[in-house]
Unconditional design. Structure first.
Length: 224
């Protein structure tokens, strides 16, 4: 494909994407397309490559309704979205430098040799304790959440490239939502907490106004 065509396609997708509040319930995303959106999340970058996330694709109507009762920002999306995702981030038990989960990632996923793992864990310890001061449970969870938002961004962009609408959602009571998910047996609260949510589908209505953003000169500064 011509590079200029690629650039145009990207810009069209970025301008197409908006926070869709209501979807056409009759239109469903093809399995292959949603698999690609999930792969975009799976292949997203993360600090040290530790992948501190999990994605719950909630298609069960009863559970969606329970989520809706504690999610003021998803009232229109939950009943109408083709696919609804709760993005989980790992807690301190899994992302502290000496966590068994991190060691497993280095051994089984990254295939690092034993001596490299020891050195890397020391580097992560220094990063967490000295560079970023990630020394308490909330700070470590927030660190994992920030990385999960990278995966969220990739999901939204890939969806837009496929002509699929989406809406990132933070409008919920985290404690109540986690209670709903725990009671449903889909959240292990010792290891995961909710970072954010996202709805996907096809818009029921055109956006009421064109996308508005600040100009590039206001948001980017070149240091030469």
């Amino acid at each position: 494909m011509n590079p200029m065509d690629v650039k145009q396609q990207i810009m069209e997708a970025l301008n197409f994407r908006h926070a869709c509040k209501e979807f056409d319930p009759a239109r469903k995303i093809a399995d292959g397309d949603f698999d690609l959106i999930l792969d975009a999340a799976r292949l997203s970058p993360s600090s040290f490559g530790f992948e501190p996330w999990k994605f719950l694709v909630v298609q069960n109507g009863d559970l969606r309704e329970k989520i809706r009762t504690v999610s003021w920002g998803a009232q229109g999306q939950l009943p109408t979205a083709s696919h609804f995702v709760v993005l989980l981030a790992r807690k301190a038990a899994d992302v502290r430098y000496d966590a068994p989960y991190l060691k497993r990632i280095m051994e089984e996923v990254q295939k690092s040799p034993a001596e490299a793992i020891v050195a890397r864990m020391e580097r992560v310890k220094g990063f967490q304790e000295n560079d970023f001061r990630l020394t308490d449970e909330r700070a470590l969870f927030d660190w994992a959440c920030k990385q999960t938002y990278i995966a969220l961004g990739d999901m939204l962009t890939v969806a837009a490239l496929l002509g699929i609408d989406s809406c990132p959602i933070e409008g919920f009571n985290r404690e109540q939502l986690e209670a709903v998910l725990s009671q449903a047996g889909v959240l292990d609260g010792a290891h995961f907490g909710v970072a954010c949510m996202a709805a996907f589908g096809y818009r029921a209505h055109a956006p009421v106004r064109a996308k508005t953003r600040r100009g590039i000169a206001e948001v980017a500064e070149w240091i030469k």
